[in-house]
Structure formats: structure tokens, C-alpha cells
Design a protein around this ligand. Structure first.
Ligand SMILES: *[C@@H]1O[C@H](CO)[C@@H](O)[C@H](O)[C@H]1NC(C)=O
Ligand SMILES: *[C@@H]1O[C@H](CO)[C@@H](O)[C@H](O)[C@H]1NC(C)=O
Ligand SMILES: *[C@@H]1O[C@H](CO)[C@@H](O)[C@H](O)[C@H]1NC(C)=O
Ligand SMILES: *[C@@H]1O[C@H](CO)[C@@H](O)[C@H](O)[C@H]1NC(C)=O
Ligand SMILES: *[C@@H]1O[C@H](CO)[C@@H](O)[C@H](O)[C@H]1NC(C)=O
Length: 483
């Protein structure tokens, strides 16, 4: 960390000493940087199948650790109009081990969504780059196109490693895009990014004590986020029972044998067996969207884990070990996943995105299963970090699609209730296009909103509503509570 700070300090000094340093090297350096927003090398100009766009987008690598040769892949979309006046938003997906390019950018909130014909992309009229400049990063190394040249790096991956490299990424990325260095900044994410986002925000808040490292982070936005393992587990079980996925008997057994607050609830075999029963039932439907049909396609992904879905192709990954809380892969649609895999493994696509030269191809996959299984440190609760971020004055909005069984709305409510925040505006509906889009409640320091009838990856289900809530978040105003 110390070494890193020194390095980052040097980088930032390079940025800030500009006016007083007159060496030709620095003049050259800054002439290059001031030639526009972004870096010509990374400008994407000929992405196969791309719909017409009136904004610029950039993709490529940022080296986050030179010694070991670690580089993270990003894809950055300028806002459609007046990018210079709009904030910068970093979006992260979870897993852990899943790609923000494959999910966030091309299945959820980006301007170009993977088309089910597998050949190209289609325009998303509800892209979040209507409201902001949006940056997607494949994090950590081993996800998507991101890599390390030092194989032993992969043995150290966990929450802390991820946050440190992501923080390093930001400072290095600002060198490529200097006009964003002082821009209003937000971090958004979903699912396991419920841990990545607060952890990165905390690192930024701590590092901001050094003015030369200051990043203008104003808030975080979290969708169906993993927040506090004990509360999340209780919510999964209560939600499964209250939505008629499991029997009264299974529910009672779990209530009696599982102590989710203990350091190792899984040492009780009865608890393990009855929680397995929850996932066995969820395996028959789509845990990430309990009222929609499962995706049946011809090729099944196999080799996943003991309790992957039994029918259909929406694969549920779930892991339990004696050491840590079981984790379940953040949920997504494997039908679209296959189209994304085909698209991002095309030589012409990799070349256009500066992910490879188009000859020595990178093997892109949407989630790294090995990383998911081998994940190191995972902080059991984000609640202490929430408290810290609230007292640092950050805007924190949490939303929840209320038909998700994976990180259900109950998990989020149980987690947030442990914060004991004062309610400033009581529970009430919020509207979009004359309909109740969900409910929300405002607390001192935090806003919580639901999406009625949306699954785990909310923007997939409610693109227009999601964009509306995102806009409200950015301006810091409550979503409309009347028609
Ligand atoms: C690069 O990564 C290695 C291993 O994670 C770490 O020990 C080293 O301090 C890092 N170097 C810098 C400059 O951050
Ligand atoms: C990783 O190694 C390759 C091959 O030597 C090199 O081209 C690349 O720049 C290295 N990546 C980083 C981040 O150092
Ligand atoms: C896209 O959104 C704009 C602005 O909301 C709207 O005017 C336009 O009709 C939409 N286009 C399509 C194809 O839905
Ligand atoms: C599991 O919990 C139940 C209920 O508290 C208890 O009766 C049982 O003995 C426990 N089993 C083990 C193996 O600890
Ligand atoms: C690419 O990665 C996938 C998943 O990790 C693996 O199954 C496949 O064998 C790899 N393909 C190549 C050509 O390395």
C-alpha cells in the first residue's frame, strides 16, 4: 500500500506540476494529454455490428501494476450529449468473477446491447450514458479480458486485492482521460459489487485525506447488493418461504438449526441440508427472477457446482466451504451470456476493442468460475463501511428488484435496518410513466427504493424505470412520489 501510494503520488504530481514544470518531457506529456478527452489509441472506431452512435467510446487496457504486469480492461462511453458537463460513473458487476463488459455494458445499462442473433449489437434507448459518462471495468484480473502476467497474482485475489487494483486503475485511467480527473464521480454496481463498491469507496475516502490523491467521489448506487452475510442469508430463507418456494417444515428447520450470525453456521449439518433444500427448489425455477420462465437453450453449461440448476440453462452457482459464508454466483441470463461469449471472442471484435491484436486472441468468458470458487477474503458485512461513508457525507442509494430470490428485497431490508438510521421521508410509492414503479423510503444518509416486478439485474427487466431512478440519484432528488 505504501509503495502504491508513493507511485500514485508521483502520478498525480505529474498531473499537477504541469504549470510549473517546463522540461520538454513534461510539456510533451501534457500536450498529449490535453489533446482531448481520451486517448486516440483507445478510441473505438470500427466495432463490428455497432449501431450508429453520436458519442465517442474508448476501450483498452490500463496497467495497474507494472512489476507484476497486471492490466485491467475498460470500456468507456462518453455521455450522448454534453459529456463535459456530466459526471463520471463507474459501473461494476459482481460474481465474484463476472464481467462488467459482458453484463453491465452489453446486457444492462450500456448503449450497445448484445443482440440475440449473436452477430452484433443493438442500440439501447435507455442507456445510462444519456445521463452520465459511464465507465465499465473488468475487475479484478482474471475477469473477462483483464489479466496478470504473474500467475501467482491469481492466488491472492479477494476483496482487498480487488479494491486496491481498482483504486490504482482509477488514477492510471485519469492519466489517459485527464479532463475527468476532477469530475464529479459516482460508483454503481450490483450483486457481489455490493461489496466491491463500498470497499472501493472507502479506499477513495481514506486516500482523499491526501489532497494530491483526491477523487471527487460524491456517492454510490447499489442494486440488489450483497451487504451483510448474516442478514442476507436470513432474507434468502424468509423470502423463499414467503414466496412459497419452500415448505413450512423446511423453514422451521432452518430457523431452528441455522445461526447465520455465528462465524460458522455450516458446521450444523441439519442447517446445511435444509439450506441445500432451498437451493434445490430454486434450481427448478430462476432464482434471479422467480416469476419468469427459465431459459431453455440447446447447449447446457455443465461442470459448475453441486447445486446448479437442474432444468433450463440459467445456472445457479453456489458454494459453501467450512471457512466462509457460502456464496452464490450473482445472477444473470446464460442465454444472452452465450451470445456475449461468441461476440467477444471474435477476432475483429477483440481488435476493435483493443483487447488483442486480432491474431493472438484472448479467451473471453463472462464469468471466471475458478475465481468464484477460489475467492479469498470476503468481508462479512458492509455495514461498518456504510456508516463510515454516510459520515463522510456520501450519497448512498440502494435499490432492489423485488422478484429476485438471490439477493432478495428482504435481505436488503434486514441489512439496512441494522444501520438504525433516522427516517426522513416515510415509505411511499415512486412513479414512472403513471404507474407505481416501486416503493421507497429515505433515511438520514441513505435512500432505499424497490422496483416492482424486477429481478436481480434490474435494468434488464425495467430499463426505462432504471434510467429514471439513476437520473434521480445523480441529481440527488427523490424519485417522483405522485403520478
Ligand atoms: C505490485 O503487486 C505486488 C503483488 O501484489 C505488490 O507486492 C507490489 O507492491 C505492487 N507494486 C506496486 C507498485 O503497487
Ligand atoms: C504482459 O506480457 C506481455 C508479453 O510479454 C506484454 O506484451 C504485456 O505488455 C505485459 N502486460 C503488462 C501489463 O505488463
Ligand atoms: C428513444 O428515447 C427518446 C427519448 O426518450 C424517444 O424520443 C425516442 O422515441 C426513443 N426511441 C425509440 C426507438 O424508442
Ligand atoms: C443443529 O442445530 C439444532 C437446533 O439448534 C440442534 O438440535 C442440533 O444438535 C445441531 N446439530 C449440530 C450437529 O450441531
Ligand atoms: C477458454 O476458457 C473457457 C472457460 O474458462 C475454457 O473452458 C476453454 O477451454 C478456454 N478455451 C481456450 C481455447 O483456451
Amino acid at each position: 500500500m505504501k509503495t502504491f501510494r508513493r507511485l500514485a503520488l508521483v502520478l498525480v504530481l505529474l498531473l499537477y506540476v504541469k504549470p510549473v514544470v517546463s522540461s520538454s518531457r513534461h510539456r510533451q506529456y501534457y500536450r498529449k494529454l490535453s489533446s482531448g478527452d481520451g486517448n486516440d489509441e483507445d478510441l473505438v472506431t470500427n466495432l463490428p455490428g455497432q449501431p450508429h452512435a453520436d458519442f465517442k467510446h474508448f476501450a483498452g487496457y490500463v496497467t495497474v501494476n507494472e512489476t507484476n504486469g497486471r492490466a485491467l480492461f475498460y470500456w468507456f462511453y462518453e455521455a450522448i450529449t454534453t459529456p463535459q458537463d456530466k459526471p463520471l460513473v463507474l459501473w461494476l458487476n459482481g460474481g465474484p468473477g463476472c464481467s462488467s463488459v459482458g453484463y453491465g455494458a452489453t446486457q444492462e445499462i450500456g448503449p450497445f446491447l448484445v443482440d440475440s442473433n449473436g452477430q452484433g449489437l443493438k442500440y439501447n434507448n435507455f442507456s445510462w450514458n444519456r445521463e452520465a459518462n459511464v465507465l465499465f471495468v473488468e475487475s479484478p484480473i482474471g475477469v473477462g479480458f483483464s489479466y496478470s502476467n504473474t500467475t501467482t497474482d491469481y492466488e491472492h485475489i479477494g476483496d482487498d486485492f480487488t479494491a486496491n487494483d481498482a483504486y490504482n486503475f482509477l488514477h492510471k485511467w485519469f492519466l489517459k482521460f485527464p479532463s475527468y480527473r476532477t469530475r464529479t464521480f459516482y460508483i454503481a454496481g450490483e450483486s457481489y459489487a455490493g461489496k466491491y463498491v463500498p470497499e472501493l469507496a472507502e479506499l477513495i475516502v481514506d486516500s482523499n485525506k491526501d489532497p494530491s490523491l483526491h477523487i471527487d467521489l460524491k456517492g454510490i448506487l447499489l442494486g440488489n447488493p450483497e451487504t451483510s452475510d448474516a442478514e442476507d442469508w436470513r432474507g434468502i430463507v424468509d423470502y423463499a418461504w414467503s414466496h412459497a418456494v419452500i415448505s413450512d417444515e423446511t423453514y422451521v428447520t432452518i430457523r431452528e438449526s441455522c445461526d447465520f450470525k455465528s462465524s460458522d453456521p455450516w458446521k450444523n449439518q441439519t442447517c446445511c441440508d435444509s439450506v441445500d433444500e432451498v437451493f434445490s427448489q430454486y434450481g427448478k425455477i430462476d432464482i434471479y427472477s422467480i416469476y419468469t420462465s427459465v431459459c431453455f437453450a440447446s447447449t447446457a453449461r455443465s461442470n459448475i457446482d453441486q447445486s446448479q440448476s437442474l432444468q433450463g440453462r440459467r445456472v445457479m452457482k453456489y458454494k459453501r466451504s467450512s471457512k466462509m459464508m457460502p456464496r452464490i454466483m450473482g445472477g444473470y441470463d446464460p442465454c444472452l451470456d452465450d451470445y456475449a461469449r461468441a461476440f467477444y471472442n471474435r477476432p475483429d471484435v477483440q481488435k476493435a476493442l483493443h483487447a488483442s491484436d486480432g491474431h493472438s486472441l484472448k479467451n473471453w468468458s463472462i464469468c471466471n468460475d475458478k475465481m468464484f470458487n477460489d475467492w479469498g477474503d470476503s468481508k462479512p458485512s458492509m455495514i461498518p463501511i456504510y456508516k463510515k461513508l454516510i459520515s463522510a457525507g456520501l450519497r448512498i442509494w440502494v435499490y432492489s428488484g423485488d422478484t429476485d430470490g438471490r439477493v432478495p428485497v428482504l435481505s436488503t431490508r434486514y441489512s439496512l435496518s441494522t444501520l438504525n438510521l433516522r427516517i426522513t421521508k416515510p415509505w411511499r410509492p415512486w412513479y414512472h410513466e403513471n404507474e407505481v414503479s416501486g416503493w421507497f423510503q429515505e433515511y438520514e444518509g441513505l435512500t432505499f427504493a424497490t422496483f416492482r416486478g424486477a429481478g436481480h439485474a434490474v435494468p434488464c427487466f425495467k430499463p426505462s424505470n432504471s434510467l429514471a431512478l439513476f437520473s434521480s440519484f445523480l441529481v440527488g432528488q427523490s424519485p417522483p412520489s405522485t403520478k
